[in-house]
Design a binder for this molecule. Sequence first.
Ligand SMILES: Nc1nc2c(c(=O)[nH]1)N[C@H]1C(S)=C(S)[C@@H](COP(=O)(O)O)O[C@H]1N2
Ligand SMILES: [Mo]
Length: 314
Amino acid sequence: MPRFKAPHIPSFEITPKSVYLRRRDILGLAAGGLAMAAAPQAFAAPLTAKPTDYKVPDELTPKESVTTYNNFYEFGTDKSDPAANAGKFKPEPWTVKVDGLVGKPQTFGLEDLIKAIPVEERIYRMRCVEAWSMVIPWDGMPLASLLSLVEPTSAAKYVAFESVVRPEEMPGQSGSFQPLPWPYVEGLRLDEAMNPLTLLAVGLYGETLPNQNGAPIRLVTPWKYGFKGIKSIVRITLTDKQPPSTWNIANASEYGFYANVNPEVDHPRWSQASERRIGTGGFFGTKRVDTLPFNGYGEQVASLYKGMDLRANF
Ligand SMILES: Nc1nc2c(c(=O)[nH]1)N[C@H]1C(S)=C(S)[C@@H](COP(=O)(O)O)O[C@H]1N2
Ligand SMILES: [Mo]
């Protein structure tokens, strides 16, 4: 049973027609086997911005690449490890605890969350700090919608996120070599968290999120490096202090808190001026494209950083 229904934004508004037709094929195939219980829901208006903000003209990364070339160190450090090792992971049932500086702390069952907030499709670029990138059709809900349900207090300035810890299901948490400290943690400033682009994804390509992509719910901040997109979230805490973030803990000189995509600020060990667009030019192709400031989302987010030195706050 899929955890969400069809995207609420009409796909034809935000997706090239060929892709839309292909998506219909995918959904049709799935429906043939599963006998969809629910009738298609009426399309609702997008929650926070025009549908045109939610697509990019770039070619989609094939689903095969999106689901087999991953970073999810809980399942191992090679790109192929998450797809190979995440089969044991059980993303159902699932709860997300939302607490801290909020008026109405709450633990949401994932099913209830999906009922409370319409799931939308968002086609976003994703730029890993390692200088590869993809274009992914996510299905998810604006983080702002979830936060409004718990009513952050005026003291709340940041949002902290925490991934699940399950050594019995996650070989990267149980082996003799522990690549990172667990749990994986991340954070955003509250205004970044409230930005309409910030998404909690529960699916991709119109289907329930695969385990290797962060099932059943993960963060997507398309103007930031991929490591901000924390997977398999179990807790979201509103705070008045800048939260710790895993890659910053692991290596503060190479990975900052903000991690905004910036072609002008190189990683100490490689250039960030361009990126390998995975899945273009054949299977795992490596077409190189220029990296854009804020990954091309400057119009929506640059104002968040007005007056800040983006070299110091990398
Ligand atoms: N919990 C957790 N979240 C994580 C990671 C991880 O290792 N553990 N890797 C991050 C990195 S570096 C990237 S680039 C993206 C990759 O997401 P994808 O595999 O869905 O493309 O997930 C991010 N979220
Ligand atoms: Mo990454």
